[in-house]
Design a protein around this ligand. Sequence first.
Ligand code: PHE
Length: 354
Amino acid sequence: MSDALDIDALVDEARSYIEAAQSTEEIRQMTANVSGKKSPIAEAHRALGGLDPEERKELGRRLHGARTTIEELIERRRAEITFEELTREMAGARIDLTEFIPGAIVAPPARGHLHLVSQTRDALEDVFVGMGFEVAEGPEIETDWFNFGALNIPPAHPARGMWDTFYLNLGSPESTLLRTHTSPVQIHLMEDAVVNGGLPIHAVMPGRCYRRDTPDARHLPVFHQIEGLVVDRGITFADLAGTIEVFTTAYFGPDIHSRLRPAYFPFTEPSAEFEVTCTICHGEGCRTCSMTGWIELGGCGMVDPAVFDAVGIDTDEWTGFAFGFGIDRCAQMRHQIADMRALIENDIRFLRQF
Ligand code: PHE
């Protein structure tokens, strides 16, 4: 035991044991083996007693150094193992949400956007606001008076057949219904203007309407209209025709124009249907426009004096025009949607195109 190489070999042997230890338990066992009472280094210490004082002192000092080195190696390995064990334990304790919701973390949720009908309503409002109109809204549940009576359609008048109506409580004194058009909002605006001194009126009124129609390629029982109303001094039919033409080119583009054809509505006189150039064939004539080159978009006319009388507007001072057309129909024409039912089927593959 007296030569220096033995001590170095002792340390090297201890080091290889220490580095091989893989757990706290193995560290404990290994510590007993390399530095415990029965370890080679402890035996070497015991053997010091048989040496002469000089040798004992020298060897004792080196054995002490070796023991210190071994203890340091053990401590370092113990710290490493503790860290490894803790890391393993923490990894096991982590909750991995991706196991429960496939793709939740990997793929961010898709963002939605406004429905095509909402986009179309916004675009139409923009066009009219640019022409000086204000935007107004009214209720979807109306009384008979607002939807029909004030609009010069008395009870049992044959013109009621023009609108297939969802009545809510037909027969009661104040019967209510789901509005069949946005024209009742005209009445609200005019009554309000009479009470609050709000004349003249230049307003558009978008909103949802209801009719007892079977859905088909061009009709929905729940659909959207935008109504226009101008009440001012000296308003003529030319103002109406000009407004419709400016709107048509602004919304559909410079090669799409409008034309008016005589029609009948109880609340306008004279009345007209307005048509715009077919957006499919650009006026050439095709199946969609029945070879006419024109597609009907809505109704319009000069406000009937009977309507002014109903709301109390002086017909000697004021004249006006009104128009109304389908927002869904506009979207259909501008984007060439073959079947309007696609707008309410909520097929994301269709909706996300717009
Ligand atoms: N309210 C009519 C309809 O729904 C359209 C219209 C509005 C006609 C304004 C003339 C004036 O059919």
